[in-house]
Design a protein around this ligand. Sequence first.
Ligand SMILES: *Cc1c(COP(=O)(O)O)cnc(C)c1O
Length: 367
Amino acid sequence: MIEYESLAQSNQKFMAELEAAASRVIRSGWYVLGQEVGAFEAEFAEYVGAKHCIGVANGLDALILSIEALDLPKGSDILVASNTYIATILAIVRAGHNPVLVEPELETFNLDPARLPQAMTANTRAICVTHLFGKTCRMDAIGAFAREHGLKVVEDCAQSHGARLGTQMTGTFGDAGCFSFYPTKNLGAIGDAGAIVTNDDALADRLRHTRNYGSKQKYVNRYVGVNSRLDELQAAMLRVKLSYLDAMTVHKRALAEIYFANLPEWVSKPVRRPDEYDVFHIYGIRHPQRDALRQHLLDNGVKTEIHYPIPPHRQEAMRGILAGSYPVAEELHATELSLPISAGHTADDVVRVAALIGGFAHKETAA
Ligand SMILES: *Cc1c(COP(=O)(O)O)cnc(C)c1O
């Protein structure tokens, strides 16, 4: 069986170092906002090329706290891709604003900058972009549009650790870059964790307060904050894994290269552009008989995933919040299939998956 991902297998290479780091924290006697969080924040800010990094409890909180810290008028319209993972939309709603869906480009799964003008309203104050599957959105075009209309930009980088447009990393294009370190992400903790990066001193200072009851100084509260701190133990785990992030990205890109070379013509493969450095959090193909193809792979011992089976505007939670029809999102949700591409997979695994997909074509054409 080729699993979609086995986290124990993905973390196998780091096991000894993770255990040593965990032991270091346990023995230190300092478990909340200590040295490990401080060190990880400095190391991750440097990695991304941002001035500040503020560790938080998870990716959703990173988004909520960032959007809230923009201090937009309550109930502002915020543009967001119609096919993003629902967390981006939940964050906009939780921060007290209205998500306005913008359709993505079919070929890249990412927000289509050409559709921004028609989505603008008099009430639009910000854009939340998601660099889905580890591919950078066109931040050149999106940034220019935002500047022209005075919009704030928040980046959802939960799937794009280390992804670049030219030499610039995701997280540094907008006002704030929000990261999740959920265990399956390209930089994954051993539990929940998240962070915000920013070059804005005032925003960083506010976030350092709001993640900790609105307080930076013990018993002095400046804002109505929350408890959403990056855990000291998780920060220690992340420091170990950050030192291997580039190597893991190289591994994933090598596996992607095998898919590009070995997958049959008749599946739609991810689109690559010369100035985009994709990190393949997900290798998503598209096929009209997605469910049958997925079953064929399962019958042959390969597990896959769908990102995502139900588009946000069809979720029960979004009734009364999201209206309208989104044919591009519908098409993507109906045809997308995510192939195994984790740190624990080998070139042989991926060659086998690609060959099995080739076999599905034969069946289909024979029928
Ligand atoms: C995983 C993910 C999140 C949420 O991160 P958590 O740490 O699980 O809260 C947000 N947005 C996207 C695009 C994600 O993939």
